[in-house]
Every structure is written in C-alpha cells, then in structure tokens.
Design a binder for this molecule. Sequence first.
Ligand SMILES: Cc1cn([C@H]2C[C@H](O)[C@@H](COP(=O)(O)OP(=O)(O)O[C@H]3O[C@@H](C)C(=O)[C@@H](O)[C@H]3O)O2)c(=O)[nH]c1=O
Length: 194
Amino acid sequence: MSRFSIHPTAIQGLSLIQRHPIGDERGYLERLFCTQELQAIIGQRMIMQINHTLTAKAGTVRGLHFQHPPHAEMKLVSCLRGEVFDVAIDLRQDSPTFLQWHAERLSADNHRTLAIPEGFAHGFQTLTADCELLYLHTAAYQPDAEDGLNALDPALAIPWPLPVSERSARDVALPMLSNLALGATRKTDDKPAN
Ligand SMILES: Cc1cn([C@H]2C[C@H](O)[C@@H](COP(=O)(O)OP(=O)(O)O[C@H]3O[C@@H](C)C(=O)[C@@H](O)[C@H]3O)O2)c(=O)[nH]c1=O
C-alpha cells in the first residue's frame, strides 16, 4: 500500500504530497519521508538536514526565504501541530511561472507536505497558536547563502489569511522584489547542489 500520493501543482516542479497514515484503535502510524516512494520528487538528492520549528502566535509570518546556489535546496515542509498557510514563490528566471506563487494549507489534520524545489522562496503564516513545522532539507544551512523576499511585498500581493501579527527583525528588513538581486537565483535546468 502506498503511503503517499503525489499531486503536481500549477507550477512545474512544485508538488503536494498527501501522506496516508495507517490507523488503528491506538491512533496511527504515518511515514513522513521515504526515499523509495518519493523517488519521483527527490531524484538523486539526499536529505542533509532536518529542522523543527515552533511558532507560538497565530498570525505570525516567517519568510520568504531561500539559499542561493550552490546551496540552493529542496525543502519538504510538513505541519505536525496546528495549521499554516504555506507559500512557495517561483524565482527561476527562465520559468514560465516566474514570480508566481502557490499556497497550500498544511495542518496536523490534513497530513500534507509541500515539496519545494531549488529556485523557490518559501514562507508561511500560522493560522493557529503553537504551530510546529518539520522541514527536510537537501542542503545544509549556509547563512552566507541565505536570502529572502519581503512577505508583505505589494508586488507579490500574497493574501495572508490573518492580520500579520509577528515577524522577525530579519524578515521585516528583507527586500522587496524590486530590490532583490535575482541574478544568482537558480534556473530550472540547473543541477542540485548534491
Ligand atoms: C534555518 C536555520 C536557522 N538557524 C538559526 C539561525 C537563527 O539564529 C535561528 C532562527 O533562524 P531563522 O530566524 O532564519 O528561522 P526562520 O525564520 O524560521 O527560518 C526558516 O523560515 C522558513 C520560512 C523556511 O523556509 C526555513 O528554511 C527557514 O529559513 O536559527 C540554524 O542554526 N540552522 C538553520 O538551518
């Protein structure tokens, strides 16, 4: 029995993974990652780092973040507690969907994972208090390669469902699209870093 179904989104390379828990009278067991079953998404990449975050307040926005090549990464983002509005923005300059974004609600209850490839920025807003996210990363954290876009950029006009209550100082200072140096973002046919 397949533990996952994979659903392409309207943006090429960006996929939604529906996880299928196996339930019984005790609760359930679900696979969060599987090299074999997610081969079509992961390809030759390897999971290099796993991060877990807790966000206390509903309305908080984190992002929009990415790492420049050669540290560009695929992220598999899952919500294990609460619910978030999760957004990926296509920054691949040769992509037909360049600068378009896609959003999904990820929650502990809907068992969905967003698989965000290299060349995208990622961010989310918490829709409930005490949200926990699990990230699988295919590249190690490289502070020097980190960059981002301002989540409140009117040019992106992301419809955050709640009033934005909290952001980090770093995120507030992130550039608007008009000031972002996109020269170094990934092209759709670039090879992953690993
Ligand atoms: C991402 C990361 C941060 N850190 C440190 C840096 C800082 O001191 C502290 C908190 O980091 P940040 O403020 O960047 O955390 P946060 O704003 O939650 O960053 C995350 O945002 C979402 C939207 C993503 O997509 C993630 O990949 C990641 O960039 O943790 C690590 O040590 N390792 C890591 O992998």
